[in-house]
Design a protein around this ligand. Structure first.
Ligand code: AMP
Ligand code: ZN
Length: 137
């Protein structure tokens, strides 16, 4: 993916404030942070989204996310953290190379991650559950 900005960051062709890097992953500060310390974790290999990500890479990536989140908490002392990962334009993805957002949360910050909860019909939930279980086989 020669024109992918995150591939370029992965290769060091575009500078980034990198806080962790190994053969497979890079962790760096978001340049338009939602809050102080907003960080992105990417696999260096180009995959567009979670639907293209293999489970082993996902597992390794989340191990790093856990380690980085704990380190960030120690340094920044925030109260909480949202982990966000957008897949597809409709879901808010703007860069089509998989990335996990670690967004520290502070009292009175301007971060908003919201949806409108609606009461679900039990029969509809059951039907959905059955279809999803079948789909996982
Ligand atoms: P998303 O909307 O989930 O696709 O998130 C893309 C994120 O990449 C946004 O939070 C941007 O601020 C961030 N971003 C874009 N360009 C850069 C860059 N050169 N370095 C670091 N973060 C970037
Ligand atoms: Zn890429």
């Amino acid at each position: 993916m020669s024109d992918c900005i995150l591939c370029k960051i992965a290769k060091g062709e575009i500078p980034s404030k990198t806080i962790y890097e190994d053969n497979q992953f890079k962790v760096f500060l978001d340049i338009f942070p939602g809050s102080k310390g907003h960080t992105l974790i990417i696999p260096k290999q180009h995959v567009a989204n979670i639907f293209e990500l293999d489970e082993e890479t996902a597992g390794e990536l989340f191990k790093i996310a856990t380690k980085v989140a704990k380190g960030m908490k120690k340094v920044l002392g925030f109260e909480g953290m949202n982990i966000v990962q957008n897949n597809g334009e409709i879901a808010g993805q703007t860069i089509f190379h998989f990335h996990l957002h670690l967004i520290p949360r502070y009292k009175d910050d301007q971060v908003s991650i919201k949806w409108e909860p609606k009461e679900a019909d039990q029969a509809v939930l059951q039907e959905l559950r059955d279809a999803l279980v079948e789909g996982l086989k």
